[in-house]
Design a protein around this ligand. Structure first.
Ligand code: NZQ
Ligand code: ZN
Length: 390
């Protein structure tokens, strides 16, 4: 196990009715004027936004609002949010929604006190020194942004997506009521769960040896999603299954599963170019990319892929031909994604093989590599995209 530090100080408020405590927690974390940031309207239709506003009013906390965050959140609305916060002297940002809304909120939070262009952070030209506090009322189990230090924004000037990580963006609290996820369309539920599994895969497939504790945490999360996702697709109002999925989403990405080991992240970065170009759901893009990546890198560490097959999918170990066991684990992963309604090829996602040069261009892979499990240069990334077409 590698040396590590782990500090993940988000305060989690989990369970039924917890959205009514939003005001109390904003006050506790020092907010006096709040930007309520939300997406395309699901939180308006469900009445959640009104309940959150009531809760702020009860605590005497002033608020302004900015809706309209699109999935794969855009830089344009971030600039608008920064201006609004400055004009209204906002000192706290409360995201009501999913990963896109939380990420847009994080970008606004680092942009408000910064004199330059907030994109400097995402372009690697500057580091954050100051940020407004951010928190969330989560409505979808997926990105894990409610407990993560990352944000992913699509730059509308070129339509490419970039991640940025910094401790100052980690939410100070997250309100998580599993009931709020019951209105999700099945496709979004499945896409969110795919993202959760992908966050575990990025950590599980590692070159670090003897990390049994985090291997087992990872396997537990994967097995939870495999068990609970079919249940909520059958009965969207299954509270216990929703609750298990929601907490799994946070644990998959607040890095408790990633400490002490090298992580990969090639599949995520290859996927980001897909969701930027085709505006598909991030999880759906991952359902296409991950089986392709696994197939490409499998031979780098057959025992690890065989372990995955046996422990996660219950495959029988073929001691004479371990690569067959490894292959079966990948096939089971792909079949599972299919069974929950996810695409598993470019065509099913609506992506086109002839766009691969464009994807490689926005990935800006020339002269560098992606991933750590196996370092992938331009040619290898192209191969993985090509495998994803099949
Ligand atoms: O916009 P509204 O109307 O709210 O609808 C949303 C949106 O259309 C809908 N939705 C959310 N909760 C709902 C609901 N509909 C009905 N009932 C509810 N309770 O679902 C759609 C997707 O929402 P979005 O916020 O985009 O989903 P998700 O949480 O999957 O976020 C995806 C974004 O997160 C980024 C992705 O790249 C993508 O841009 N990621 C962020 C990470 C991070 N910050 O740590 C890590 C991830 O790997 C990921 O890259
Ligand atoms: Zn993800």
């Amino acid at each position: 196990m590698d040396n590590f530090t782990f500090y993940s100080p988000t305060y989690f408020v989990f369970g039924r009715g917890t959205e009514n405590e939003a005001g109390r927690y904003v006050k506790r974390f020092g907010g006096t004027k709040v930007l309520l940031h939300y997406g395309g309207g699901s939180v308006v239709r469900s009445g959640l936004l009104d309940r959150v506003k009531d809760s702020l009013d009860q605590e005497g906390i002033a608020h302004v609002e900015l809706g309209g965050v699109k999935p794969n959140p855009r830089s344009g609305l971030v600039y608008e949010g920064i201006e609004l916060c400055r004009k209204e002297k906002v000192d706290f940002i409360l995201a009501v929604g999913g990963g896109s809304t939380i990420d847009s909120s994080k970008a606004i939070a680092v942009g408000v006190p910064y004199e330059g262009d907030f994109w400097d952070f995402f372009a690697g030209k500057a580091e954050v020194e100051e940020a407004l506090p951010v928190a969330s009322v989560l409505t979808i189990a997926a990105a894990g942004s409610e407990g993560s230090w990352g944000a992913v924004i699509t730059n509308e000037d070129g339509m490419y997506k970039r991640p940025y990580n910094c401790e100052k963006m980690r939410p100070v609290f997250a309100i998580m009521n599993p009931e709020l996820t019951m209105t999700l369309p099945p496709y979004q539920t499945a896409s969110g769960c795919t993202d959760i599994m992908a966050h575990v895969f990025e950590r599980y497939f590692t070159n670090t040896k003897d990390v049994e504790i985090t291997d087992r945490l990872c396997e537990g999360i994967l097995k939870t999603i495999i068990k609970e996702l079919p249940k909520v697709l059958e009965d969207p109002n299954d509270y216990e299954a929703r609750a298990n999925i929601m907490w799994a989403g946070t644990l998959a990405h607040n890095d408790i599963c990633g400490v002490g080991r090298e992580q990969d992240w090639a599949s995520h970065n290859l996927e980001h170019e897909l969701s930027a170009l085709y505006d598909c759901a991030h999880g759906a893009g991952l359902a296409v990319m991950f089986p392709a990546w696994m197939t490409y890198v499998m031979h780098h560490d057959i025992p690890r892929f065989a372990q995955f097959a046996v422990r996660v999918w219950g495959c029988e170990m073929d001691y004479d031909h371990p690569e067959e066991t490894a292959r079966e684990g990948i096939a089971r992963t792909k079949a599972f994604f299919h069974s929950v309604g996810m695409p598993t090829s470019f065509a099913e996602l609506g992506a086109r093989e002839e766009d691969i040069p464009k994807l490689l261009e926005t990935l800006q892979i020339e002269g560098r590599t992606e991933g750590f499990f196996m370092k992938l240069g331009p040619k290898e990334c192209e191969e993985v995209y090509r495998l994803a077409c099949r």
